[in-house]
Design a protein around this ligand. Structure first.
Ligand SMILES: Cc1cc2nc3c(=O)[nH]c(=O)nc-3n(C[C@H](O)[C@H](O)[C@H](O)COP(=O)(O)O)c2cc1C
Length: 189
């Protein structure tokens, strides 16, 4: 799939078919994640692949009972490792770079899964301690995102965005960028 089509196709999927995600696809997603940029190439994040039914049930509970977290056959839990980044970058590594590393990694996972015809949803509403407990992570790791992955059982809702001229500024903040639309159609399969 062409890269811009992947971006246009990706929308949150919150209903999944009870169909296994092929091992090869999971491995490909992890390989894609492992290419992502990280501060100082320190890769200050970890990912836990959750497929076990009971663990998915507990993960959904930790995500304030978002049922689709259980329904998705796979979830990838991205954990920032602040101390790994802090060793070189001090406080900035701890509070910013490690979180960014994990966020970028999770984004790579979402987009690669989309390219493989899978649906995903970024889940950020969860109890940190409970997520740590479910995936056996120590208290020095920070859960940043739970990415649900599976074959969609719904067509994605096309969500609105604010105008690019509202979001993008030219040279200085507050001066709108004079954006001219290039890509007309969102591509849906
Ligand atoms: C940081 C973050 C946290 C989110 N948390 C949740 C969540 O807990 N539950 C959920 O259903 N969707 C969650 N979402 C998905 C957003 O609701 C969704 O991306 C947004 O509405 C845009 O829709 P789209 O993904 O379909 O384009 C989250 C997204 C982000 C980036």
């Amino acid at each position: 799939m062409e890269f811009f089509d992947v971006l246009a196709r990706r929308h949150s999927i919150r209903r999944y078919l009870p169909k296994k995600v092929e091992e090869e696809k999971i491995n490909l997603i992890l390989e894609a994640v492992n290419t992502c940029p990280t501060a100082g190439n320190l890769q200050a994040y970890h990912v836990v692949v959750v497929r076990d039914e009971e663990r998915r049930r507990r993960l959904a509970r930790a995500c304030y009972n978002q049922e689709f977290v259980y329904e998705a056959p796979v979830s990838m839990v991205f954990l920032a490792d602040p101390m790994r980044s802090a060793r070189r970058y001090g406080r900035r590594g701890m509070v910013l770079y490690s979180i960014q590393d994990a966020t970028i990694a999770a984004t790579y996972a979402m987009l690669s899964a989309t390219a493989l015809d899978l649906g995903t949803c970024w889940v950020g509403a969860f109890d940190d301690d409970k997520v740590r407990e479910v995936v056996g992570a120590s208290s020095d790791l920070v859960p940043v995102a739970v990415i649900t992955i599976g074959y969609p059982a719904e067509r994605p809702e096309i969500t609105e965005r604010r105008k690019i001229s509202e979001m993008a500024n030219m040279e200085v903040f507050g001066r709108p960028f004079p954006h001219k639309e290039v890509k007309k159609e969102l591509i849906r399969s």
